[in-house]
Design a protein around this ligand. Structure first.
Ligand SMILES: [Mg+2]
Length: 311
């Protein structure tokens, strides 16, 4: 089986109302865009993969991929990972294209990919995420909706200039819903500043937040420091009474090795579209298992603050 057709499209749909992501202060998002890659084999099997797009930065990507992917055996995923690794030399993050190969393999053998990877259950525990900074009252309205749907875990955003403002939301949620699991994401692993001032914590501040969250029984504190500050994460973990999570924007094996050998995290969060593909995600999970760490794969889905989507 060979790849004989490669097609890349930019898909865009406008949002009904602007979305203000907590991780992009000052940025009103008005549309959701993805690159959609379609690979077709000589047996007529189509494999799809989607990668994040902000504007039209993917123009030219189809021509770039053509000589690397045309004629390739879609079963050779290890080599696809090498191609994506090579693209990082150009500053490109193309790990997501690897998913199209798994899509082809799954269709070729008539099995879902999770089974090809050895998975043995169709259900996993999920939490509802949030995206915007909201008042305690607004956030409680959202949680009332997801609670009705049976969801008992939620991830809150901490990104106010003063984290004590964020804490008010978490306290309100804990007070109203003693039985709900709370996770907190500070989104400082890949902090975006420039459109508006963005908060940045040091280890001491992150430790203070972790202490306050421990009193609310929080499940984890996510990305309180830069994604490459492995030493900072190590020092924080020594002080934190709750688990520390990170890794959604870290890449490839070596960055996760840094977290593991430094004993710097409790929960690794590789994202197969951003961190190395499905194959590398499986390898990272194996490393984490060897170090006795948990893995909660990251996944970005549009629909935050709406009960339509969990992530
Ligand atoms: Mg996150």
């Amino acid at each position: 089986m060979r790849i004989v057709n490669i097609h890349l499209r930019l898909l865009e749909y406008p949002l009904e109302t602007p979305f203000y992501p907590a991780w992009l202060p000052g940025y009103p998002q008005t549309a959701h865009r993805v690159h959609l890659l379609t690979l077709e084999t000589d047996e007529g099997i189509k494999g799809y993969a989607a990668g994040v797009a902000f504007m039209r930065e993917g123009s030219g990507l189809q021509q770039l991929l053509m000589p690397f992917l045309f004629g390739r055996d879609p079963m050779q995923v290890e080599e696809v990972v090498q191609i994506a690794r090579s693209a990082t030399f150009l500053g490109l993050r193309l790990w997501w294209i690897e998913m199209a190969f798994w899509d082809i393999i799954g269709k070729a053998v008539g099995q879902p990919v999770y089974r090809l990877l050895g998975g043995y259950q169709e259900r996993v525990k999920a939490y509802a995420s949030t995206g915007e900074l909201q008042s305690p009252e607004q956030r409680l309205d959202y949680i009332a909706e997801i609670y009705q749907m049976g969801i008992r875990a939620v991830k809150l955003r901490f990104h106010h200039w003063d984290w004590r403002e964020d804490l008010k939301v978490a306290e309100a949620v804990r007070l109203r819903y003693p039985d709900i699991e709370i996770m907190v994401d500070a989104n400082m692993g890949w902090r975006v500043a420039g459109m508006a001032p963005a908060p940045q914590w040091d280890v001491a501040t992150a430790a203070q937040v972790a202490q306050a969250l421990a009193e609310l029984g929080a499940r984890w504190l996510e990305e309180p420091l830069d994604k490459h500050d492995y030493e900072g994460y190590r020092r924080l973990r020594e002080k934190s009474p709750i688990p520390i999570a990170s890794g959604e924007m870290n890449q490839d094996l070596h960055e996760f090795r840094e977290y593991l050998t430094r004993d710097a995290l409790d929960v690794l969060q590789p994202d197969v579209a951003l961190s190395g593909g499905i194959l590398t995600g499986k390898k990272i999970a194996a490393m984490a298992e060897a170090f006795g760490k948990q893995v909660a794969p990251h996944l970005g889905l549009m629909g935050w603050d709406s009960p339509r989507t969990c992530s």
